[in-house]
Design a protein around this ligand. Structure first.
Ligand code: PGA
Length: 270
């Protein structure tokens, strides 16, 4: 197969707000390193150079896949950004089983998902753990994708904005405005994740407003206008386009629909 040199193609800012959209594929605990290589090669083949002008595309594979994907991206000059799904907040030491942000930075990882609801709920990550991880990612020159969002019960109780406020404020209150500006937020209502029940466009816009409102209160309007907010939760090629029509939504965090390259390419091209 001919290698396509696509290093000149980089995402252009959205003319409506100056922010560069980011579409992220979160593979969760799927794909061995061999499957990951095959999936990224196929995705690269399916996408046209112009697809990379609309949005930056990041791939969040399991830790064991990252070195393989780094080499593939560099060797074939693929315009994907490398991502991770989590990391620990300490740089090194006696923390059996953890992966440090220093290790990820050395693999040219650009984005690290932090505080995904599966980490919060299944692995008991607290808001304070998430705060420390956000800081560690930034201190190592990478960008956190900070996931926030309410459960169904919290939504029913009218607590969505309070939950978003607590999660955002704990994580970013102590950051400098410069650092706060480089945080990417993902509004991911828990009830929409993996459920097939995506939020409405209105929900996604309200979630993004709530996040920017907290950032504005803690920092300033300029910072709030600079941060990017993705929507995540049951995104498919059938609903992706609608979310991206709103200038408040700066991209998508895609789980299930990112696993199969055909389906993720359709989301990106939607
Ligand atoms: P989903 O997952 O697209 O499968 O709902 C989204 C996520 O967990 O980030």
């Amino acid at each position: 197969m001919l290698k396509k040199d696509r290093t000149d193609f980089s995402a252009k800012p959205n003319p409506l707000n100056g922010r560069v959209r980011l579409i992220s594929g979160n593979w969760k605990m799927n794909h061995t390193h061999l499957e990951a290589i095959a999936a990224l090669q196929k995705l690269s083949f399916l996408l046209k150079p112009s697809d990379f002008n609309f949005a930056e595309i990041s791939i969040h594979a399991p830790f064991t896949d990252i070195r393989s994907l780094q080499l593939l991206i560099e060797t074939d000059r693929m315009p994907f950004s490398l991502g991770a799904q989590n990391c620990f907040f300490e740089s090194r030491g006696a923390f059996t089983g953890e992966i440090s942000p220093v290790m990820l930075a050395r693999l040219s990882v650009k984005y690290v998902i932090v505080g995904h609801s599966e980490r919060r709920d299944l692995f008991h990550e607290t808001d304070d753990d998430v705060r420390r991880k956000v800081l560690a990612v930034l201190e190592n020159g990478m960008l956190p994708i900070l996931c926030v969002g309410e459960s169904f019960a919290e939504r029913e109780a009218g607590d969505r904005d309070r939950v978003i406020d607590r999660q955002v404020a704990t994580a970013v209150a102590a950051l400098t405005p410069e650092r706060a500006r480089s945080v990417v937020f993902a509004y991911e209502p828990k009830w929409a994740i993996g459920s097939g029940l995506a939020a409405t466009l209105e929900d996604a816009i309200e979630g993004a407003h709530a996040i920017r409102g907290v950032v504005e209160r803690l920092h300033d309007l300029e910072t709030a206008a600079a941060v990017r907010v993705q929507y995540g939760g049951s995104v498919t090629s059938a609903n992706a386009r609608e979310f991206l029509t709103a200038s408040e939504v700066d991209g998508l965090l895609v789980g299930g629909a990112s696993l199969d390259p055909d389906s993720f390419a359709r989301v990106i091209q939607a």
